[in-house]
Design a protein around this ligand. Structure first.
Ligand SMILES: Nc1nc2c(ncn2[C@@H]2O[C@H](COP(=O)(O)OP(=O)(O)OP(=O)(O)O)[C@@H](O)[C@H]2O)c(=O)[nH]1
Ligand SMILES: [Mg+2]
Ligand SMILES: [Zn+2]
Length: 306
């Protein structure tokens, strides 16, 4: 006798345990059958009820429409979130923002076909001249940073609109207020919020990604904060490494395979020289380029030649 299988959405993944949402809205715990299955929040999986009908067995992960990957410390890559359509990269005046981390998230999203947005939380704390200049750099790049405050309930409608009916995810450094924003947009969910001291001591409040339903028909994933983030280096677009302004400017470079480092007639370096591309964003591009050059063998990173 064959047992009926059906599809479900992964709304939480903690090691070998997953939380699944069925088409009828019910939520049940699940367990992957087979060690090799790598399941992340946002995945759609094929499953069946176990004999005692208390949990679901996950048989397979269906093909992902998008996947956000990161490089892990063992030199490999691993998926972080699946099927997301909007990546909300959250920064804040406090803890001190590491914008190289933000740039890498933006680059990973651009290279994965995920629309990336920059969200500045804790706007109630005020924005100093240095941070304001950095935000101008993102505007030059083509982003429109969204200023919000979870504490003062500012900009939340704009944030909700940015999620729309899509599957969106909050990512960023620990303590920037991802869970606080999620709690504002999904007040009925019981979301843990940390003390700022925890983040400065390197402790994270959120320990696993979790997907919540939004009032507007979309879904929002809250994810654990990071100290650092390295994208999957082999997945980066070879001409721009996922930097949108570099992708735009590169068509003006003399060489099709210009790396925008020392080549003559490079439109990217010209833009940096005249202030049309933000100097720190360019430094961020160079750092990512160096990392990729060091870690990825040449055959895996060869630029597409036309
Ligand atoms: N002033 C101010 N504080 C905020 C705001 N949003 C969050 N906080 C505070 O920032 C601290 C961290 O908030 P969380 O929401 O736990 O941060 P997180 O990004 O989810 O942190 P992790 O789960 O560790 O990644 C808490 O003390 C919040 O009260 C805000 O808009 N303004
Ligand atoms: Mg959190
Ligand atoms: Zn160039």
């Amino acid at each position: 006798m064959s047992v009926a299988t059906f599809d479900a959405q992964v709304i939480g993944a903690f090691g070998r345990q997953v939380r699944l949402r069925l088409a009828d809205g019910r939520e049940l715990p699940g367990r992957p059958l087979g060690r090799a299955l790598s399941i992340v929040c946002g995945d759609t999986v094929r499953c069946r009820l176990d004999a005692r009908h208390t949990e679901l067995h996950v048989l397979a992960v269906l093909p992902r429409r998008t996947a956000l990957y990161r490089s892990n410390t063992r030199g490999g890559i691993e998926p972080v979130l699946a099927n997301i359509e909007r990546l909300l990269v959250v920064i804040a005046p406090l803890p001190a923002p590491d914008l190289f981390v933000a740039d890498r998230y933006l680059a990973a999203a651009e290279s994965a076909g995920i629309q990336a947005l920059l969200v500045l939380n804790k706007a109630d704390l005020g924005i100093d001249a240095q941070l304001a200049a950095e935000l101008d750099g993102y505007v030059l790049a083509g982003y429109r940073p969204i200023s919000v405050s979870a504490a003062a309930a500012l900009g939340l409608e704009t944030l909700q609109e940015a999620c729309g009916a899509h599957l969106a995810a909050l990512v960023g450094q620990s303590g920037v207020g991802k869970s606080s924003l999620a709690a504002r947009l999904i007040p009925q969910a019981d979301i843990a919020i940390g003390a700022l001291a925890r983040a400065s001591e390197g402790r994270h409040t959120t320990t696993a990604s979790r997907l919540y339903a939004l009032a507007g028909g979309g879904q929002l994933a809250d994810s654990p904060g990071v100290r650092d983030f390295a994208p999957a280096l082999t997945h980066l677009d070879p001409r721009s490494l996922g930097f949108t302004e570099v992708a735009r400017l590169a068509s003006g470079c003399r060489f099709l395979d210009c790396q925008h480092l020392r080549e003559p007639d490079c439109a990217v370096r010209a833009a940096v020289a005249c202030g049309a591309m933000h100097a720190r964003r360019y430094e961020s591009y160079r750092r990512l380029h160096r990392l990729r050059h060091t870690l990825v063998p040449p055959q895996a990173r060869s630029p597409r030649r036309r």
